[in-house]
Design a binder for this molecule. Sequence first.
Ligand SMILES: [Zn+2]
Length: 277
Amino acid sequence: MRSIKKDFLSPPPGLVKFAAKHMDKMLDGDDNPIKSCKSKVRKHLETHYLKRCAYCESTIGTTGFSRVDHFRPIAKYRWLAMEWSNLLLSCEKCNEYKSDSFPLRVEKKRVINPGKESHLADSPHMMDEGALLLNPELDDASEHITFSPDGSIKERNGSEKGRTTIDICKLDRDELTERYKKQIGGILYDIKDKTIIAATFYTAIKTDEDLLLIFIGTFQALAGLKNPGNKYVYTQLGTQMYEEFEDFFVRKLPGNEDMRFLVRRAFELFRQRYFDS
Ligand SMILES: [Zn+2]
């Protein structure tokens, strides 16, 4: 899950007017306004989310069609069915698994009717519910969810919110775990390959430039995994792979400590030259 910036006070043109006009009908049980609302916001959400699922971060199309997801489900919060800050983009699978789930730390804090307070997702009134589902528009998921170098996903430091989100959306389902593993494995394979080249031409490596030249393509690919503009990459995992290079890659390298030192050194040079300067 990656953080999304969406201005809650700038809904798509016409949405507020439409919602106000059809609210009564909708609250009486008519689902048609909700359908129209979804078609009004889908394109806008796809732009904000770069066509990625709010929960699992899969590029939509890899796990089915896009869904306009109600963060707070209609079954419990019908009056939020056309509220911009309650509308997210998700893949079919996360949307189906999530369904009507919306657990709170303390059930009696649930807001059960519209009331007069603000309905914005970040208003104190709504935040006070203590939702146990991570919202990419409000939360920094990396504080709650972490990946292991073997590709498994789990809650960070016992985060209840992280654990609940993984369970509700099944973020540890096989198809996703396979993709996380593939993303790690692809880079690891390349690093191993380049390490063999470095070992073979060890005596010819005279300068930092020589060393960097061997690894640069692989490191650029690794840095690219942080960029949500690159299709099909899982950027929260990618960022962790980059930041925790030692655990994800160096420790997995076969061979002697000299080779590990070279890879570590090459990555240090790469970071200094291209990203951390
Ligand atoms: Zn998903």
